[in-house]
Unconditional design. Sequence first.
Length: 68
Amino acid sequence: MQEDVLGTRRTAVPEDIVLCARCGKATPIKDSHIIEGDVLDETLSEFEYLCPDCWQALETGEKDLPIV
């Protein structure tokens, strides 16, 4: 599903788009923030991207949900 959304977006808007690691929102790479990937996450990359909204939330002290 994500590939379909990003593929359509790339056709309409010719800039690089990444998905936010926290909320999944499609964000232009120039507006996103790069963070180090978490070892416990199911990510295949050493780095992940955050959208401006999630970055601001974490900067103001909001915490992610604990792992259960």
